[in-house]
Design a binder for this molecule. Sequence first.
Ligand code: CA
Ligand code: CA
Length: 185
Amino acid sequence: AEESYNFANKEEIEIVKDFTFLKTRSFPLLACRLFDRYRDLAPQLVPLDYTKRPNVKLPYELIASMPELKDNPFRQRIAEVFSEDGEGNMTLDDFLDMFSVMSEMAPRELKAYYAFRIYDFNNDDYICKSDLEKTVNKLTRKELTPEEVCLVCNKVIDEADLDNDGKLSLEDFQHMITRAPDFLR
Ligand SMILES: [Ca+2]
Ligand SMILES: [Ca+2]
């Protein structure tokens, strides 16, 4: 599904290609383990034999119930971003991609790229102030008042908006997380 991603530059595409390569060639055991977990979510839907690339998608509700996601305030966005249909329903490939990017082995640049997409709630390739407000609310689990959230967002945009267009591009974002790595968790 690489072609459907809006990569900011060629370098990004290379990182993802390399990673996909690693995932499938160097970690077959991990892929097998993840396939088992995918199948365990709905054994009646997922065939054991994937050689014919069956057209199977697991509904978002099942994906969101997994221990890695169920307490994550971004679970819906994560599933949306990694699902080919954009609605959080996942094919096996979507599922493998999601867990690969979430794993310790994933390169930082790749995590940053997907974090950006997750925080870009309206999928317009920028994190604007309202995207950022949603992000901060979720990261802080609504512990801040609206005024405090507004202050934090203004400060983040002030400091990270390198080209002064009032919103964060992927480039602005990558620059920002080198100083505020919390946004990657
Ligand atoms: Ca946006
Ligand atoms: Ca900007």
